[in-house]
Design a protein around this ligand. Structure first.
Ligand SMILES: Nc1ncnc2c1ncn2[C@@H]1O[C@H](COP(=O)(O)OP(=O)(O)OP(=O)(O)O)[C@@H](O)[C@H]1O
Ligand SMILES: [Mg+2]
Length: 271
């Protein structure tokens, strides 16, 4: 069993049906129904025992000029598993916060622990390695290679993680099944609808069985029904024990978080 299978379990018969091409309902681009296995991969003393992300005394100031105090001092613990939404007005600091959470950036002061491991003092090589093993990313603008096949786009994530060819292929196939895109695996990514392209991007983010899936405005380029389908997939993933973090402007989506982070003028609050 691969790491992705261990984490997700069997996608379930309904999702398999959808993956085989059953029509989805309500105009949504997502599989119509189906449930992922809801077990977590961690025992009570495993790596998931504490918060998956822990911020202490964190700030982020862009030096400029002009200097921007994008995040004011905050402490925050994100427990493992579930849907975490991060909302706030434009310019409030959401993407800055997500970059700290994803180890793409370092705080100006304070610490960020991932699964109990302090990350701010690690070398860039160690941070890149940790990021590759623990974190998947999904962006508003999909960032797919339009002339490559869906499978090739997803396999690329495995290449970056140093997987051999067979493992890359297996993981890509599994991840595409999870998002219900097996029937489109050999299509060129540029031929897919927006919702399907975002599902490819989610599949790419799942390669390597990350503990954290960080999504910046994943429904921002999609119509309401298609966006709702993406949210359904993310909620199912969150129920399997992955911590799915979604930055959003959409109040309805923000309200669906099991943990709701709100950022206003650089101040981070939890609801
Ligand atoms: N690289 C940078 N250099 C200087 N200032 C920056 C940089 N990145 C972001 N900022 C500033 O930091 C503040 C927070 O930006 P951030 O991108 O985190 O906001 P956001 O909440 O994600 O906004 P949006 O909803 O529009 O995406 C803004 O004032 C922005 O101009
Ligand atoms: Mg942003």
């Amino acid at each position: 069993m691969t790491r992705l299978e261990e984490l997700l379990g069997d996608p379930g018969p309904e999702l398999r049906v959808s993956a085989a091409g059953a029509p989805s309902s309500g105009g949504s681009d997502a599989p119509s129904s189906g449930s992922l296995d809801t077990r977590s991969s961690d025992g009570p003393d495993g790596p998931g025992a504490g918060p998956v992300l822990s911020f202490r005394g964190c700030t982020r100031t862009y030096p400029g000029p002009p200097q921007v105090r994008a995040l004011l001092p905050f402490d925050l613990d994100i427990p493992a598993g579930g849907l975490v939404t991060v909302a706030g007005p434009s310019g409030s600091g959401k993407s800055t916060w997500l970059s700290l959470a994803g180890l793409l950036d370092r705080p100006t002061s304070g610490t960020v622990a991932l699964d109990g491991q302090e990350t701010t003092t690690l070398s860039e090589i160690d941070r890149t390695d940790l990021r590759g093993r623990m974190i998947g990313f999904v962006f508003q603008a999909f960032h797919l290679m339009p002339l490559r096949t869906v499978t090739e786009n997803v396999e690329l994530a495995g290449l970056y993680q140093g997987m051999d060819r067979a493992t890359r292929r297996d993981q890509a196939a599994e991840a595409l099944a999870v998002v219900g895109l097996t029937p489109r695996a050999m299509a060129r990514a540029g031929q897919l609808s927006g919702g399907e392209q975002q599902r490819v991007a989610i599949a790419r983010g799942l390669v390597g069985a990350p503990r954290l899936l960080l999504c910046d405005e994943p429904t921002g380029n999609l119509d309401t029904a298609t966006g709702a389908g993406i949210v359904t997939i993310l909620e199912r993933l969150a129920a399997t024990g992955i911590t799915v973090v979604v930055v959003t402007h959409d109040p309805d989506l923000a309200a669906r978080g099991t943990i709701r982070v709100e950022i206003r003028d650089g101040r981070v609050h939890v609801r």
